[in-house]
Design a protein. Structure first.
Length: 174
């Protein structure tokens, strides 16, 4: 009995160490959703931005910045960094990730539907944005783009927890 329990604990520790050594580091990602209200009054989620908090540079104190993203989708199409016109920059407080971005600016082109999306947010100055399609008309009504930041754990953390649960269930079955 004791030998089985010891071997189960060893398997959990070994699998956890293997998972943490994978490049999917156990750090959270900042996720920003962009919602827009159309002229007919309907609201839709049209873009999602994910930033890896470890792929950053410290500016001062707990304020960090990045010039790239982990994932950026507009209308379910992945935006490649080449379509960002070298204008992406984000700042956040590492000690308060749940506070979201303190500064965020980008200018991207979603090439399938040819929608251009420019956005600037500063915690002190507010938000400026424009979203237009290939006919140069605004897609959303004035002041209708709202955002919500959230913190999402990295996949390695979730896998580590699930591996531990699987080992416990396997042990219980024996």
């Amino acid at each position: 009995m004791f030998k089985k329990m010891l071997s189960t604990i060893f398997v959990v520790i070994l699998s956890g160490a293997a998972l943490l050594s994978v490049s999917a580091q156990a750090a959270p990602m900042l996720v920003q959703d962009f919602w827009g209200t159309k002229a007919d009054g309907t609201t839709e989620l049209f873009a999602t931005l994910k930033v890896d908090v470890l792929d950053t540079v410290q500016i001062y104190g707990d304020i960090y910045e990045t010039y790239g993203w982990k994932s950026f989708t507009v209308y379910d199409q992945e935006i490649l960094p080449a379509n960002a016109f070298n204008s992406f920059r984000a700042e956040f407080d590492m000690s308060n990730l749940y506070g979201g971005f303190q500064f965020l600016t980008f200018d991207v082109l979603e090439s399938v539907s040819e929608v251009s999306f420019q956005y600037t947010y500063d915690i002190n100055w507010g938000t400026y944005y424009t979203v237009w399609d290939n006919s140069s008309s605004d897609v959303y009504t004035d002041d209708s783009v709202t955002t919500k930041s959230s913190v999402v754990p990295a996949p390695a953390s979730i896998l580590l927890i699930l591996t531990g649960f699987a080992a416990l269930i396997r042990r219980r079955a024996r």
